[in-house]
Ligand binder design. Structure first.
Ligand code: NAD
Length: 376
């Protein structure tokens, strides 16, 4: 078996110890196969890492917080003390590439402003580490391609931080769609928006760092909802942008609406904004409807259907479920529920939406096939 196939087998959960003896392994793979818990390095210790990812990593079964990468020296001691991170597992953006030599790190989780995702994901792959890239995957399709290529070349796994694919309410929606519980979905409405109008200096409002406004930030959730709420990729899109606060939203989009058509005749509408609070998925078919509201916050989500049922699941941290799912994918070969192709597909749609707006709402055809659709 050549090295490439061997590593593929390791990724698929083929962990025969006889085979492992004396075998030269790719970078970073040496310890992965025998580990109970994979070590994660968080890159960027902002709000999401601090309040969601690090606490979730205290609850994960198949991975743990092993290392941190930060550009803020004051955070090093705070995190080291709080999470017992040894000095040799603390990196900054300059010496980050040294992680290649650190076997306690299996996965690099990039949690930086959007325009920095591609650089750090590619460097992580080159260091031989599996990669989780936060959403949106990057700020262009070209960058998504570069990340995917780097991960393929290094033979490491890649996932996007789309936590909802590991979350029970969203999984239930996918089940309704797959089993046609309410008939084939004919119309989908998905809104993902929050008020982001109190800090004009935040990077999310600076195009250079964010790549765009509401669409890049929350719009990807609405796009995701429209796709898993119908089980299909859209075949075309047209879009509109408007602003009620142009004085504040100077550099990035405030509010965008877009309409999708699907090849079976279904259609839908999405709305995303940095100037409203709304978080909802509604879908209707010939036999009834289902709704999640909220549909994409950290949960617990809430759902109901036309049958009069409330959808109800026990709440667990979504990020715990998400990171465990990715670790299981690496360790046991379970499906990658949010692969790089999914992040790239969403960026193709984002670019089509911006193009439609630029061209006065023109319908932009999309040729996505089943790209990024994971049937589990
Ligand atoms: P944040 O502003 O709270 O943190 C950003 C981090 O990046 C900080 O530690 C900051 O020091 C560091 N940084 C490095 N260079 C920087 C620069 N030039 N400008 C600004 N910050 C810089 O942001 P966040 O909310 O933690 O978001 C980080 C990433 O995570 C984004 O891509 C965002 O879309 C994503 N995110 C995802 C979810 C989710 O639910 N999946 C939730 C929140 C954020």
């Amino acid at each position: 078996m050549d090295r490439r196939n061997f590593n593929k087998k390791v990724g698929q959960g083929f962990l025969g110890t006889t085979l492992l003896a004396g075998m030269p392994l790719a970078c970073g793979m040496e310890n992965t196969q025998n580990k109970k818990k994979l070590g994660i390095a968080l890159v960027g210790l902002g709000t999401y890492s601090t309040y969601e990812l690090a606490p979730s990593l205290q609850e994960t079964e198949h991975c743990q917080l092993a290392a941190i990468v930060t550009g803020t020296p004051e955070k090093e001691k705070i995190w080291a003390d709080k999470y017992g991170i040894p000095k040799e597992n603390i990196y900054n953006y300059e010496n980050f590439d040294e992680i290649a030599k650190n076997d306690s790190i299996d996965i690099v989780y990039v949690v930086l402003p959007n325009s920095m995702h591609a650089d750090f994901c590619i460097r992580a792959a080159k260091a031989g580490k599996h990669v989780i890239c936060e959403k949106p995957m990057a700020i262009s399709v070209l960058e998504c391609n570069a990340i995917i290529e780097a991960c393929n070349k290094a033979n490491v796994k890649l996932s996007v931080g789309y936590r909802l694919h590991s979350e029970p309410y969203t999984k239930e929606i996918k089940r309704f769609v797959k089993e046609k519980t309410f008939g084939e979905v004919q119309y989908i409405s998905a809104d993902a928006a929050y008020f982001s109008n109190t800090n004009p200096n935040q990077w999310r409002l600076k195009r250079k760092l964010s790549g765009g406004g509401a669409l890049m930030n929350m719009g990807v959730y609405a796009i995701q909802s429209a796709i898993y709420g119908t089980g299909m990729n859209p075949s075309n899109v047209r879009a509109q942008e408007f602003s009620t606060r142009p004085d504040y939203f100077k550099d990035t989009d405030e509010t965008i609406t877009a309409q999708f058509e699907f090849s079976n005749g279904a259609f839908g509408n999405i709305m995303t904004s940095h100037n409203a609070n709304i978080n909802r998925l509604f879908a209707t078919g010939k036999k009834g409807w289902f709704e999640l509201n909220p549909a994409n916050n950290y949960g617990p989500l809430k759902g109901r259907t036309s049958k009069g049922d409330e959808i109800k699941f026990e709440h667990e941290r979504q990020q715990k479920l998400q990171m465990d799912d990715f670790a299981k994918h690496i360790l046991m070969g379970t499906p990658n529920v949010a692969p790089g192709e999914m992040g790239k597909r969403d960026m193709i749609i984002v670019e089509a939406i911006y193009q439609s707006i630029k061209e006065g709402g023109k319908t932009i055809p999309l040729d996505l096939g089943n790209m990024g659709i994971v049937s589990k």
